[in-house]
Write a protein that binds this ligand. Structure first.
Ligand code: HEM
Ligand code: HEM
Length: 178
């Protein structure tokens, strides 16, 4: 029988808040950088940062999922429908994130170029798998990013509702550092 815990462990908390911060930063950076003109000093550097941080988030998310599997999380509180919706929302967040990583990769490598992960190494590109890949993947990437941010906002509001209205342990178990 698996043991019952009251708090997310420190690593799970660290992974949650770091990921949340990176996702919001990547979203804002993405929206800003696509409107830069060629003569702007950030024209090349902003996508370089967006892609490098995006790949770091991918590594972090893979580690987070492994960590989730091998450690015990506290039970989700609330009514049956709330517990089921929370589980569904969490799964959807992970699923959308991976679709964002894939579409981001497909935009960046459509012309066969690799992705530079800061100055550490190159992630190889395999070119286009279908016509117009860069544009189609770009549109998908954008709509998935908007969906992820919308879902995360609802998720954050639900956590605040549990904390301030239901006054249960939902937010505390992701917040308190002991
Ligand atoms: C492996 C990770 C990622 C890669 C390689 C990547 C790559 C890219 C690229 C190349 C663009 C430019 C698209 C264009 O010029 O039309 C872009 C735009 C964008 N990215 Fe990412 N991205 C990644 C992760 C993320 C994440 C996690 C988010 C956050 C939710 C995000 C949000 C955005 C947004 C909002 C745009 C602007 C889209 C637009 O307005 O058309 N990206 N990304
Ligand atoms: C981009 C922003 C965010 C994303 C993508 C996100 C994603 C997630 C995911 C996937 C989980 C499931 C647990 C896990 O697998 O680690 C989770 C749990 C949680 N998140 Fe977030 N989160 C975000 C922002 C926030 C914010 C701003 C708050 C607080 C206002 C918050 C509060 C919580 C709480 C309290 C839990 C635990 C829920 C429970 O077990 O009952 N999250 N989050």
């Amino acid at each position: 029988m698996s043991k019952v815990v009251k708090q997310y462990n420190s690593s799970a908390k660290f992974l949650h808040w770091t990921s949340a911060l990176l996702i919001v930063a990547l979203f804002l950076l993405g929206l800003w950088m696509v409107d830069l003109t060629y003569y702007n000093q950030w024209y090349k550097i902003a996508p370089y940062w967006h892609k490098s941080i995006g790949l770091c988030l991918l590594a972090l998310t893979l580690f987070r999922l492994i960590w989730k599997i091998i450690t015990t999380a506290p039970p989700i509180e609330g009514k049956k429908w709330e517990i089921q919706s929370a589980k569904l929302a969490h799964a959807a967040i992970y699923l959308i994130l991976f679709c964002i990583f894939i579409s981001g990769y497909m935009i960046s490598t459509a012309d066969g170029r690799p992705i530079e992960l800061f100055n550490w190494f190159l992630v190889p590109g395999f070119g286009s798998f279908f016509d117009n890949q860069e544009d189609i993947a770009g549109v998908i990437h954008f709509y998935l990013a908007v969906t992820l941010i919308t879902l995360s906002t609802v998720h954050a509001l639900a956590a605040l509702k549990h904390h301030f209205i239901n006054k249960d342990n939902t937010l505390n178990k992701m917040l308190r550092f002991k």
